[in-house]
Design a protein around this ligand. Structure first.
Ligand code: 8OZ
Length: 361
């Protein structure tokens, strides 16, 4: 019986256990550069016995235009790569493994966060109708500008370059953020994508950006250290449901097969919310994928242990659990209680509610 607390080889990444720290935006990178405090935070959660078998970093912008929130880190400048190197070295010194989540927010942004104060880019010129977190607090997202067809190769190139930078920074691999209503999801969903070029219309066209991004990254760093996160039905960030998410994801799985990705990370239901927000057959998606299957969203100890023992998942990602418990894997294994999450310190600030959650004695 495969066991949640046993090692697993994921692509080319040997993991000490199958508990994953989910990507978590914490807005603690002033000037978009990772800090020593961030290195401490990740290292606290990297112990092979008490912490995550794999850490997925917070979402990290691949280019200046990919930023949509205040003080989120990037991986496009030399200074950012040097900052991340401190993080990966601290995690590896503890015996852990870490991939960086590669992010382009698309229209979930604000002109104050964009180079030159221009409109953010998307698949569409229609606004998300949601808010984002800027230097001024929560503000409406700015109206986007639809990317021209001839600009899309540049976006793909920015993903490829960021993946190369990730390896330079010492990451074990990358996870592409294809979820939660950000740029890639803005192309995937027919509820958002209103294009008339080869990146809009039928499923094959709407999936084209994602497939080109994944192929470019795999060509650069190899499938064995490349993962992808998807959220087939989440309504996050003003993303209304696609008219046929099952067919959309089925096509994506078919296109990804030859790339031999290390893992697929799927958010079941509404991100951070109801698991049953909309009907979706995750098992069908799982059957169509050859790599490791990572599940996420509100898992408890019994759910996670059962998912892995029953073959429904290879890896289980925990978000909120890892914010408040650096030793979450130990607590899961021993059935110990979890620390209480402080919601007031989730985004921005310093060590409080970040590196001061206690581990068990
Ligand atoms: C919470 C706050 C800001 C961003 C996501 C990257 O939902 C995020 C995010 C979450 O994927």
């Amino acid at each position: 019986m495969p066991h949640l607390y046993e090692p697993l080889l994921v692509g080319s990444m040997p993991l000490a256990n199958r508990v994953v720290m989910a990507p978590l935006t914490r807005d603690r990178a002033p000037g978009q550069v990772p800090t020593a405090l961030m290195a401490e935070y990740y290292a606290q959660r990297a112990d092979p016995l008490t912490g995550a078998g794999l850490i997925v970093s917070e979402a990290t912008q691949i280019c200046p235009e990919g930023q949509g929130y205040f003080d989120t880190p990037g991986i496009h400048s030399d200074e950012q790569v040097a900052g991340w190197r401190r993080v990966t070295e601290a995690v590896h010194a503890r015996g852990g493994r870490i991939v960086v989540q590669l992010w382009h927010v698309g229209r979930i942004s604000h002109t104050s966060l964009q180079p030159g104060g221009v409109a953010p880019v998307s698949s569409t010129a229609r606004s998300s109708g949601t808010k984002t977190f800027t230097a001024q607090g929560f503000e409406d997202t700015s109206a986007p500008r639809a990317l021209r067809s001839d600009e899309i190769p540049g976006v793909v190139q920015a993903y490829r370059r960021a993946a190369e930078r990730a390896i330079e920074a010492g990451f074990d691999g990358v996870e592409v953020h294809g979820a939660n209503g950000y740029l890639i999801d803005q192309f995937l969903r027919d509820s958002i994508n209103d294009r008339s070029d080869t990146y809009g219309g039928p499923i094959e066209n709407r999936a084209r950006l994602l497939v080109e991004v994944m192929a470019a990254i795999v060509a650069a760093i190899g499938g064995g250290r490349t993962g992808l996160r998807l959220s087939p039905v989440t309504p996050s960030n003003g993303a209304p449901p696609d008219s046929d998410p099952q067919a959309l994801m089925g096509h994506v799985m078919t296109e990804l097969k030859p790339l031999k990705l290390a893992y697929l990370h799927v958010i079941e239901g509404q991100t951070g919310g109801a698991r049953d927000v909309a009907p979706f057959d995750y098992e069908a998606m799982h059957r169509a994928f050859d790599g490791a299957w990572m599940v996420n969203n509100g898992y408890t100890k019994p759910m996670a242990e059962q998912a892995v023992a029953g073959g429904d998942a290879d890896l289980v990602a925990f978000g909120r659990g890892f914010i408040a418990n650096p030793d979450l894997t130990r607590r899961l294994r021993e059935g110990s209680p979890w620390n209480t999450l402080n919601r007031d310190t989730l985004y921005g600030g310093g060590a409080e509610g970040y590196t001061d959650y206690p581990a068990l004695a």
